[in-house]
Design a protein around this ligand. Sequence first.
Ligand SMILES: Nc1nc2c(ncn2[C@@H]2O[C@H](COP(=O)(O)OP(=O)(O)OP(=O)(O)O)[C@@H](O)[C@H]2O)c(=O)[nH]1
Ligand SMILES: Nc1nc2c(ncn2[C@@H]2O[C@H](COP(=O)(O)OP(=O)(O)OP(=O)(O)O)[C@@H](O)[C@H]2O)c(=O)[nH]1
Ligand SMILES: [Mg+2]
Ligand SMILES: [Mg+2]
Lengths: 277, 292
Amino acid sequence: VNFRTQIDEELYEELEEILIGADVGVTTTMNLLERIRKLVRERKIKDPKELTELLKEEIAAILKDESDDIVLNQEPKVIMVVGVNGVGKTTTIGKLAHRFQEEGKKVLLAAGDTFRAAAIDQLEVWAGRANVEIIKHSAGADAAAVAYDAIVAAKSRGADVVLVDTAGRLHTKTNLMTELSKVKRVMGKAMEDAPHEVLLVLDATTGQNALSQTKIFTEAVDITGVVLTKLDGTAKGGIVIAIASEMGVPIKLIGVGEKAEDLRDFDPEEFVEALFS
Amino acid sequence: GLTEKLQSTFKRLRGKGKLSEKDVNAALREVKMALLEADVNFKVVKDFISILKERAIGAEVLESLTPAQHVVKIVNEELTRLMGGEQSKINIASKPPTIVMLVGLQGAGKTTSAGKLAKLMHKQGRRPLLVAGDIYRPAAIKQLQVLGEQLDIPVFTMGDKHSPVDIAKGALQQAKSINCDMLIIDTAGRLHIDEVLMEELKAVKDHIHPHEILLVVDAMTGQDAVNVAETFNEQLGIDGVILTKLDGDTRGGAALSVRAVTNRPIKFVGMGEKLDALEPFHPERLSSRILG
Ligand SMILES: Nc1nc2c(ncn2[C@@H]2O[C@H](COP(=O)(O)OP(=O)(O)OP(=O)(O)O)[C@@H](O)[C@H]2O)c(=O)[nH]1
Ligand SMILES: Nc1nc2c(ncn2[C@@H]2O[C@H](COP(=O)(O)OP(=O)(O)OP(=O)(O)O)[C@@H](O)[C@H]2O)c(=O)[nH]1
Ligand SMILES: [Mg+2]
Ligand SMILES: [Mg+2]
């Protein structure tokens, strides 16, 4: 795209392939390019570089609209982490624990995945790494009870933030989504307005299914933000453009590796640059 | 689904008499959209459409009274042919133990699939030994041990202070001494672009020569499936694929991408979190799922 000297159908095809290849999706790609064609006509743009910059700005604008930070403005701030299997929920909680701990905050983890083999053990290792406390019951215990106890403990210990892990679940499993709604409701009993944040973790390697995941998880527990993980791979995570424009859900954080420090605030411009690189 | 979309495409063209190549292109465009929306990689879609076009501009479609049905029939046939036949079995070594190694990206479902495969092999009369080859992920060894306990299948571990090469060698020794005829090696999730970790897998392969290297792929993977599969196959060589989390509502186009770039069979599909949720791969089922 950088060596083109004129705006022609080949340029649009090339841009279409970049977007489709980045998992932006057919409909969103067509809408974006249609908008660009219109602007090119209106502004009589002749330089392909200018067109590409315009496209990048359009995408960044969609993403900027919706990006937001996590503020610790409650005593304690309760953050629930949800998503389908294997996307990086537990690891993201480990990273958040590390971040808040570094900021001098008192962190409490809740081992809310009482189902999967060694899920509690896994979160315990992260608690040890970040040097934070963890509330856990035995495997097979009621996840809602763990979340409830964690909030009660957080209040009595003066924790600044509670991070609640949940078991991975496919959004198509109605009974599991009902269970998740119940966990959220029970958290509201331990503290009014809890959870204050519900973060949906999405894997950057996921394709169009991320839209369906976002829609159903929003219906079940009202998502306040998205964490996009595994952006250190070759997947671009372009599906977040559709999520931001169609569902108005803010992208808050990105995961760029498996270590505690591999968590960054979402930056729309950086994201768009990476999309086109 | 695709049939309805094609029918409305051809309806708009009716009354013009015989279909032209231009009409067929309109139909192929609908097929292209359906495949892209199903997460098939755009390069794979391009190649597939050109194969379809050769068949679609034949008299079979141009002179048909039901062109939409005919195009769908051709698409289904070509998709199923590309997906390959059913090869849902582990190739047993002539001299035991048969060594199976599971590899793939982080979170794809390797550890769970190792447990499922062990259960299936045990049911088929084998004596598998699970090998805890992930020395990085917190509680990965414990996770495999819990699965082994649930299945009453032995798990070999050397903890997380020994290299996966040493663990694999140790497991081979153990298999022979406790008379296990199959090794199922769980490995740490890794990026295909992580040179150090890809070298680690090559080292394990060079030292114990697995009979089957299975790439575990999440069925909801998007366009990136092509990069992952191609790289794992080029650098390590894969013998087959396990496609996981197909119990969701993803269309599963990644399966076509992986098959197209590696030409390796999808051997099993994961249909749930429980250890009995491993099924043989049925190409026609996945084809109709991809077409939607
Ligand atoms: N490369 C990379 N790997 C990641 C990232 N985030 C998580 N992972 C890895 O992804 C795998 C799955 O992470 P988990 O935290 O266990 O995912 P989960 O969503 O809690 O999984 P379940 O609880 O089983 O649903 C692990 O191997 C993590 O190390 C990331 O940003 N980059
Ligand atoms: N619904 C469903 N969940 C699955 C399937 N296979 C695995 N899972 C779940 O996916 C998540 C990740 O599975 P793991 O076996 O830990 O994945 P992994 O590839 O070993 O992960 P790493 O070791 O971190 O790379 C777990 O929550 C599993 O229960 C499947 O076929 N269907
Ligand atoms: Mg987890
Ligand atoms: Mg694993």
